[in-house]
Design a protein around this ligand. Structure first.
Ligand code: ZN
Length: 713
């Protein structure tokens, strides 16, 4: 992996050179050391850089939220349900086996929203239990007092008509032609209690049995194993009996009902079960390709075998998310169903990785509340990068981090909140780019900091220590501390509990005998702190030997001297792989950007295009330079990035170049779509032989795009 390479080079650099850190106090001509900020850091000279955050930004949210303390532990839940498709109703009964957690306990709260509770009984005595109802809970005052450990089993009869929360009916009466009838659930964060009375709390854990009765034509899919499937005598319905025999959080209870075809195989004691709608039957293996490869990779790297006995995946119509990691049953949006032909160009690998890895980070070890949801989502998002690194190498992995950085930095222009955050209005507020991408990028920093071997050791320890349990950020911090012997408290507090990220104004200066790099933190210090961070400086000497030197930035304004003479340094760059979650504004000129475009990490090549794009309007030569960069670029996403930057500046003079792009010269279909559009724009569609050629392109998407262009002309 890429951090292995850095560590090796760093070791080389450490033996051959020394970078000297210069304190602010040593640079009196440029630094005002008279004042100190509230954190005791020396404050540098006044910064006049525009701050990118508008002064009005606010974090969505309100008061600090804490979930209620659990006074009963839900041990096991039995669920019997059938559906009234005409009325979009769930008719059911359920039994909750509860163990008391608090002394002299006479009260019990069950989560249930918008559900009509018909009756509640004590299952052992069969006596009715009176209850009070509010909009989200059923409150029971028990006649007996319960001691810690006492068991109570209650039975509830209910009818729920969920208002498009928790459980969803798709075309239930079949009135929409060519659209299947389906039923599916999405329980996160606290939506299962819209259709099922339960203890809807992420720190709860229960095993389940579910009997789902449906008309014969439907397939049912739920958590765990299908044990029995039978039509009861005198019934028109078939009842499928599902058992989930390992405990998991109630928000992960799920079902899907519809007309599906499936394929199944057993490998290393894990049952893989794939479902698709019947028209996609022959494409099922292409759609779920690599699931077992991902599984084996995670098993091996985590040294912790997939903790469940089956892994099923199913797409559903009108899904309101991309995917959900219900334990043993990942449910996806319908768009993952592509043909084998389409799958050559389009895949949902990141999504499949994300939901599968949640079965360790999320389902086996679960965030104890929604404030800590970024532990689930940060790992799931970062593992998309890790799997890319394993499968396609560090460039593709880094590209995922580029996308993550763009997503998070984009959102950070609107607001910045701590990753671990309990001041949301509703738990759904947590589904943002801080919970997913920012948390993933902070985990990436930790991975690079501890190195690959220690990273996997820590993850194994985190899973083993917390299996079938719930966690918060401190549990993860403790694993980093105990496994490394270092103290990561400050790191976790800075990155997980405080908001923002460093915005570095980076000034490279070659004027003196020794080059210097100056880092000024120009983020709005009214809204976030001065950050302390390690930083890799990458530079070369006259013989083009590369050095990677780790330094530490601890104040708002820090300058480092590079121990290679200015006239013998061919390049100098901070954080070449953009490991630090920071924005960089560097004083690089056009020539430096051109040089980076040709000779640097994918992160810097990507940024170089962004630096050069605004200069294209005034510089004809730059167009040719970018065309050359396109031709030499090995990585498809970066070629597309270059082409998109060029697109507005290409005209009839460049038709030769544009129309030279075809399936033989360019494997990335999206670029061929772009060249088709450019050719059509410049040359017109009538008599355009290039478009005629691309209309027969082997890519479904290119041919489809060009043919619809031709036919709409
Ligand atoms: Zn997720």
């Amino acid at each position: 992996m890429s951090n292995r390479i850095i560590i090796t080079l760093l070791a080389l650099a450490l033996t051959s050179c020394v970078a000297i850190k210069v304190n602010n106090q040593n640079l009196p001509e440029s630094v005002d050391t008279k004042s100190e900020n509230e954190h005791g850091e020396g404050v540098g000279e006044t910064i006049t850089m525009p701050v990118s955050i508008p002064s009005t930004w606010t974090v969505p949210g309100g008061d600090s939220k804490s979930l209620r303390e659990l006074t009963w532990d839900l041990m096991h839940q039995k669920i019997w349900i059938q559906f009234d498709l005409n009325r979009s109703e769930v008719h059911g009964k359920t039994e909750l086996r509860l163990a008391n957690l608090s002394p002299d306990n006479r009260s019990l709260i069950i989560d249930s929203k918008t559900t009509d509770i018909k009756s509640i009984i004590n299952v052992e005595t069969e006596s009715p239990i009176p209850f009070l109802r509010d909009s989200s809970t059923v409150r029971i005052t028990l006649t007996d007092s319960y001691n810690v450990g006492d068991i109570l089993i209650i039975g509830i009869e209910f009818v729920s008509s969920p208002p498009n929360r928790g459980l969803y009916f798709v075309n239930p009466t079949g009135v929409t032609p060519n659209k299947p009838t389906q039923i599916w659930t999405l329980g996160q964060p606290e939506d299962n209690s819209f259709w099922l009375p339960t203890v809807d709390h992420p720190a709860e854990r229960t095993t389940t049995e579910m009997w789902i009765s449906v008309p014969e034509k439907f397939t049912t899919i739920s958590n765990g194993m299908l044990i029995r499937s039978a039509v009861e005598s005198g019934s028109e319905l078939r009842t499928d009996y599902w058992v989930m025999n390992k405990p998991h959080a109630p928000y992960l209870i799920a079902l899907a009902v519809g007309e599906y075809v499936s394929s199944e195989f057993l490998k290393d004691d894990i049952i893989y079960k794939y479902y698709v709608e019947p028209p996609f039957a022959k494409h099922i293996d292409a759609i779920y390709a690599e699931t077992d490869e991902m599984m084996q990779f995670f098993n091996r790297q985590l040294n912790y075998k997939y903790p469940w006995s089956i892994y099923a995946q199913v797409p559903v119509r009108d899904y309101i998310a991309n995917g959900m990691e219900n334990t043993t049953l990942s449910i996806y949006k319908e768009q993952i169903q592509v043909t084998t032909e389409q799958s050559k160009d389009v895949h949902f690998r990141d999504l499949l990785v994300h939901e599968l890895i949640h079965h360790w980070f999320g389902n086996l070890v679960t965030s104890k509340d929604w404030a800590n949801l970024p532990l689930n989502e940060g790992f799931a998002t970062y593992f998309e990068t890790i799997y890319r690194d394993y499968r396609d190498g560090e460039t593709d992995a880094a590209w995922k981090s580029i996308l993550d950085r763009n997503d998070y930095f984009g959102e950070s222009k609107r607001f910045r909140r701590p990753i671990i955050f309990d001041e949301y209005n509703v738990p759904e507020d947590m589904y943002d780019r801080h919970t997913y991408e920012k948390a993933a990028l902070v985990l990436r920093m930790l991975h690079h900091d501890v190195g690959d071997e220690m990273w996997w050791k820590i993850l194994n320890s985190y899973l083993t220590s917390n299996e079938f349990d719930s966690v918060d950020w401190a549990d993860l911090k403790n694993e980093f501390n105990s496994n490394t012997g270092s103290d990561y408290t400050e790191f976790f507090e800075q990155w997980f509990l405080k908001n923002g990220h460093p915005e570095f104004k980076v000034t490279y200066n070659y004027e003196g005998e020794w080059p210097t790099i100056r880092f000024e933190q120009v983020q709005d210090l009214n809204k976030s702190d001065v950050f302390k961070t390690k930083m890799i400086l990458n530079y070369s000497d006259i013989s083009h030997n590369a050095y990677f030197k780790e330094v530490e930035i601890t104040s708002r304004d820090t300058t480092f001297i590079i121990p290679v003479h200015s006239d013998s340094t061919s390049y100098l760059v901070a954080d070449p792989n953009r490991i630090i979650l920071a924005e960089y504004e560097e004083n690089i000129d056009m020539n430096e950007a051109i040089s980076r475009l040709a000779h640097s990490s994918i992160m810097l090549r990507y940024e170089a295009v962004n630096v050069l794009k605004p200069l294209l309007a005034q510089n004809e030569n730059l167009i040719e330079i970018l065309i050359d960069a396109y031709k030499y670029e090995q990585y498809g996403e970066q070629r597309l990035h270059i082409f998109r930057a060029l697109a507005d500046y290409l005209d009839h003079n460049h038709l030769g170049f544009i129309e030279s792009v075809n399936v033989n010269s360019e494997e990335y279909y999206a670029i061929r779509i772009l060249t088709a559009d450019l050719s059509a724009k410049i040359r017109g569609i009538n008599g355009n032989t290039y478009l005629n050629e691309l209309s027969k392109d082997p890519s479904y998407y290119v041919a489809h795009h060009v043919n619809s262009k031709l036919s709409s002309n």
